[in-house]
Design a protein around this ligand. Structure first.
Ligand code: AMO
Length: 435
C-alpha cells in the first residue's frame, strides 16, 4: 500500500492510482447509503467516498485515507478518492464538536464579538477566512521583500532590546536586563539610518515593533510588525514617497496575481492606488477648515476624524483610496527628521493615509551632526543619551530617507476590515496577552 503522502493538488496526475491522503475532515454528507467526506490539506480540498469498511469520522478529525483516485463530475475539484481504509490520527477529544467556521463567523449583531473570537484564535485560525488572511499577510511580506530586493535593498535584522527610543511620542516597555534597565524597541529607526550610512546604502527590515501606548482603538496594537525601509541619496522627499507608492503597487499587483481565491473568499476589494493626491499639512488643514494656517496659528497634526475626511476627499475628487500629507511641524515630529532650509518649523516628513487611517510615516533624515544636535536640544534631549548614534553623523553620513509601514494596518486596509485586530494573527493589546 502506498504510504507516501499525496496532496490534493497532485490528484490530476494520479487518476486510477492508489494514494494516501492526509488531512482534516471539514464536512460529512450521507446520500442514501453513500458517505462523502471533504478532506482539506495545505493544497486544497478533496472529496472522499467512504467504502463499507471505513468508520464515519468526526468533523475536524485528522485522517490518513487510502484509496484510488477517480474523476468525478460531482466533486468541485473534478476528482474524488474511493477509500477502502481510513485511519483516525487525531480527533476533537473533549466531547465538544466544534466548527472553526462558526468560531470565526463574520462579525454581525447577535454573533460572537471580535473579543470572543480572539479568545479562541488558536482554533478559529483553522477556518477558511483565517487561512486566507494569514496567507495574504505572508504574501504581502513576500512581495515587499521581492520588490525591495529588486531595487537593491538588503534585508537586515536589528536588536529589539535597546537602550534608547527614537519615536518620542510613544512610550517604551521596560525590560530588566541582568542588572540594567533596557527597553523593547519602538522602531528600528536608529539602526536603519546607521545602515543607510554604510556602503550598502539601501536596507529594509520586517520585524516586531513595541509601543507602550494606552490606546484601545480599532487601529492600535502594542506589538505590531514594522515594514521599515531606508535608503541613501534619495532625490528629495518626493523620491521617498514615490518609493513607497511603488512598493504598495507591487504588493497590490502580487496579491492580485497570487491570492485571487483568498481575496474572493474574503470579499475583499483592494484599494485603488492610482492618482494619489499629495498635500502639505497646511493645504490639508485649509481644505478641511477653510482657514489658512499662519505663523501665529500654525497647523497642528491631523486628528483621526480629519484623516478620515481627507481620505473621503481623495476618493471623491481623485478616485484614489490613498492620500499623502507632507511637511508636518518639526515640533511634533521626531528629532531625526530634516527641517526645511527655508522654513525650519516644518520637517521633511510625510504620512500616507489609506482608507481613512495613517498607514505609514516617513521623511528625509538629518545627516548633519550640528542639525542633529540642534534638533535634540530643541526637544530637550541630550546627545549623550543616544550612545553610538551621533557618531554615525560625526564620521560622515550621506543624505538619506525612508519610511515605516505598519503591516497589520496595511493588511487591515487592503482587505477592508473595520478593526486592526482582524488583520493580526496573535493580538497583543492592552488587554490581550493570550493566545
Ligand atoms: P510611526 O511611529 O508613525 O513611524 O510608525 C510607522 C507606522 O507604524 C504603524 N503603527 C502602528 N500600528 C499598529 N499599532 C500601533 N500602535 C502603531 N503605531 C504605529 C502605522 C504607522 O504609520 N520610525 C518611523 C517611521 C519612519 O519614519 O521611517 C515610525 O516608527 O502604520
Amino acid at each position: 500500500m502506498r504510504q507516501e503522502r499525496t496532496l490534493a493538488k497532485q490528484l490530476p496526475c494520479l487518476v486510477g492510482e492508489e494514494v494516501c491522503l492526509k488531512g482534516r475532515v471539514v464536512s460529512i454528507r450521507e446520500v442514501g447509503t453513500v458517505r462523502f467526506v471533504d478532506l482539506v490539506d495545505r493544497s486544497g480540498r478533496t472529496q472522499l467516498l467512504l467504502g463499507d469498511a471505513c468508520p464515519t469520522p468526526a468533523l475536524q478529525s485528522l485522517l490518513n485515507c487510502y484509496g484510488v483516485v477517480k474523476t468525478s463530475s460531482k466533486s468541485l475539484s473534478g476528482y474524488e478518492i474511493h477509500c477502502h481504509k481510513v485511519l483516525v490520527i487525531a480527533a476533537p477529544g473533549i466531547g465538544e464538536s466544534y466548527n472553526p467556521e462558526e468560531i470565526n463567523s463574520p462579525l454581525k449583531e447577535g454573533g460572537p464579538s471580535l473579543e470572543n473570537q480572539l479568545d479562541r484564535k488558536h482554533l478559529s485560525l483553522r477556518s477558511s477566512a483565517q487561512q486566507s488572511i494569514t496567507r495574504i499577510s505572508s504574501e504581502v511580506i513576500h512581495a515587499a521583500g521581492s520588490f525591495l530586493r529588486s531595487r537593491d535593498f538588503v534585508e537586515i535584522k536589528t536588536p529589539k532590546l535597546v537602550s534608547a527610543g527614537a519615536e518620542g511620542g510613544s512610550g517604551m516597555f521596560e525590560v530588566k536586563y541582568f542588572d540594567k534597565l533596557m527597553y523593547l524597541s519602538q522602531s528600528p529607526q536608529l539602526f536603519k539610518q546607521t545602515m543607510a550610512a554604510s556602503p550598502l546604502e539601501r536596507v529594509f527590515e520586517i520585524a516586531p515593533v513595541f509601543r507602550f501606548e494606552k490606546h484601545a482603538t480599532s487601529r492600535h496594537l502594542n506589538e505590531f510588525t514594522g515594514v521599515d525601509v531606508e535608503f541613501a541619496y534619495p532625490d528629495g522627499l518626493e523620491a521617498v514617497i514615490q518609493m513607497e507608492i511603488d512598493l504598495l503597487y507591487a504588493i497590490r499587483e502580487h496579491l492580485l496575481q497570487n491570492c485571487s481565491s483568498e481575496l474572493e473568499y474574503l470579499g475583499a476589494k483592494l484599494p485603488n492606488l492610482d492618482n494619489i493626491p499629495m498635500l502639505s499639512l497646511d493645504e490639508a488643514k485649509e481644505l478641511l477648515t477653510g482657514e489658512k494656517p499662519s505663523r501665529r496659528k500654525p497647523a497642528k497634526e491631523l486628528t483621526p476624524a480629519e484623516e478620515k475626511h481627507l481620505c473621503q476627499w481623495a476618493r471623491e475628487t481623485y478616485g484614489s483610496d490613498a492620500i499623502v500629507v507632507h511637511s508636518y511641524p518639526a515640533a511634533t515630529r521626531p528629532f531625526y527628521l530634516m527641517p526645511y532650509e527655508d522654513n525650519p518649523r516644518r520637517s521633511m516628513s510625510f504620512d500616507l493615509l489609506l482608507r481613512g487611517v495613517e498607514m505609514s510615516s516617513g521623511g528625509i533624515r538629518v545627516h548633519d551632526p550640528d542639525v542633529l544636535e540642534f534638533n535634540l536640544k530643541r526637544k530637550g534631549l541630550e546627545t549623550s543619551d543616544f550612545g553610538f548614534y551621533p557618531e554615525v553623523f560625526q564620521y560622515g553620513c550621506p543624505p538619506h530617507g525612508g519610511f515605516g509601514i505598519g503591516l497589520e494596518r496595511l493588511v487591515q486596509k487592503f482587505l477592508g476590515f473595520e478593526n486592526i485586530r482582524e488583520a493580526c494573527l496573535f493580538v497583543r493589546d492592552r488587554q490581550r496577552l493570550a493566545p
